[in-house]
Design a binder for this molecule. Structure first.
Ligand code: AMP
Ligand code: MG
Length: 418
């Protein structure tokens, strides 16, 4: 057991001890949003399946059409006509024969009939007595989407380990796939600990407080698609804690508790973990969230988060979430950092990583400026609710001066596209 780790060491240790789920299930497309794809999906058809028109206009054979229309001036002959001999609309292909020098009226999405190589758009032509007059000749091949241009039959269209997005559901539908194999959701059991903790619908007496951790934790777990097993609130009683953790470990992949991980008289979690499992480390050089316990109970991972509401959210987002992403079978993603200028001086102690809650804004010249939210206390959940980013201040940094560049992790992402 290691007592204290740096933030980077703790992250590595957690990831090294995380395995990926390999159990799969087959789901209909609409139910698979946000789930992790368990197979390399091979495209069964070409997309588009046929060479088709990208615009409304006329399919022509460029060279012969040009020759016909311009022969008058070149050879002093009456120009031959470009006769419109048929029509093709989406879903209703032209079924007649190809005639050299003719044109087919064609709509967007319609199959380009054999022999024709270019589509000239409506805006660039006029029609007289069933003949086409081209005002502006396009390049050869213009306005035509080739078969297999988007995806080729036999090519991998969605890779194993990809989190399925709205675009992926559409893509799979576009190649005629209606079911997809995904990894099962990780099962995460959670409970709050503390004699003083009550449910928000219970009456509190003096010295008691409402449980906020289980609610923010459920929210974060829901957002990353975990199956939550909510075991409620447990008292500071080592026998009950041991029994609950023991039985929960047999039915879940991960156990997350809040509170009771420090060195107070009633902080039992570390000892309980030591008795029924294995402690890997139990403190990280960070603020907030220093008393953070990580270990293994049977085949489950155990995360003992600190009781303070901000500490539990910050440590979950920085240390637990990456592990759950790996567990779910998804390809790990780098944290997205944005450089921003400190809008005020920030106090920082060298030798530990600080995750300050910040509010960033974009200035007129396009640069980002960030301010720590007013109250940084680890019990002040309001600060988390008002913040729009985490300011990452790594171990090597000391006090930050106004105007210095810092890295921020914005909360905002594109919610419909990702
Ligand atoms: P602990 O880590 O158990 O020493 O708790 C640290 C602080 O967080 C104490 O003030 C607790 O009352 C508070 N706390 C613990 N658990 C929760 C919870 N589930 N919701 C809100 N506050 C909590
Ligand atoms: Mg406690």
């Amino acid at each position: 057991m290691v007592e204290i780790m740096t933030a980077a060491e703790a992250k590595n240790s957690i990831i090294e001890n995380t395995f990926a789920i390999d159990c799969t299930e087959a789901l209909g497309l609409k139910s698979s949003l946000g789930r992790v794809c368990a197979e390399n999906i091979v495209c069964p058809i070409d997309v588009p399946s046929h060479t088709n028109s990208a615009m409304d206009g006329y399919a022509i054979t460029l060279n012969s059409a040009r020759e016909r229309q311009t022969s008058a001036s070149l050879w002093n002959r009456v120009p031959e006509k470009i006769k419109i001999i048929g029509k093709a609309t989406a879903g209703h292909p032209y079924s007649g024969n190809f005639n050299q020098g003719s044109a087919i009226q064609i709509m967007t999405g319609a199959i380009v009939p054999k022999g024709y190589d270019t589509v000239v758009i409506n805006e660039d032509v006029s029609v007289s007595n069933g003949n086409l007059i081209i005002k502006e000749f396009p390049n050869k091949g213009a306005n035509i989407r080739g078969a297999g241009e988007d995806l080729k039959k036999g090519e991998i269209c969605i890779s194993r380990n990809k989190i399925l997005t709205a675009a992926d559901l559409g893509l799979l539908a576009s190649v005629g796939i209606s079911k997809v194999s995904v990894f099962r959701k990780p099962k995460v059991a959670i409970f709050s600990t503390g004699d003083e903790i009550k449910n928000p619908d219970e009456r509190t007496s003096i010295g008691q407080i409402y449980d906020s951790n289980r609610f923010s934790l459920s929210g974060m777990l829901q957002k990353i698609g975990m199956e939550i097993i909510d075991l409620g609130i447990l008292p500071d009683d080592p026998i009950i804690l041991k029994k609950t953790l023991g039985s929960a470990s047999s039915s879940s992949d991960v156990l997350i508790t809040t509170g009771g991980v420090s060195v107070g008289e009633k902080d039992y979690m570390k000892n309980v973990l030591n008795e029924i499992g294995k402690i890997i480390f139990w403190k990280i050089k960070i603020k907030p969230g220093r008393p953070f316990t990580f270990g293994i109970i049977d085949k489950s991972m155990y995360f003992g988060l600190p009781g303070n509401p901000v500490s539990s959210m910050v440590t979950f987002s920085q240390f637990v979430m990456p592990s759950l992403v790996k567990l779910s079978g998804a390809t790990p993603q780098e944290t997205f950092f944005l450089p921003a200028r400190a809008a005020e001086a920030i106090r920082k102690i060298k030798g530990r990583t600080e995750y300050q809650r910040g509010f960033y804004e974009k200035k007129e010249n396009g640069s980002f400026w960030v301010k720590p939210v007013v109250s940084q206390g680890s019990g002040i959940l309001n600060s988390m609710s008002r913040a729009n980013c985490i300011i990452h201040l790594t171990d090597d940094l000391s006090n930050i001066k106004m105007g210095d560049s810092v890295l921020i992790e914005p909360f905002i992402t594109n919610k419909v596209l990702n």
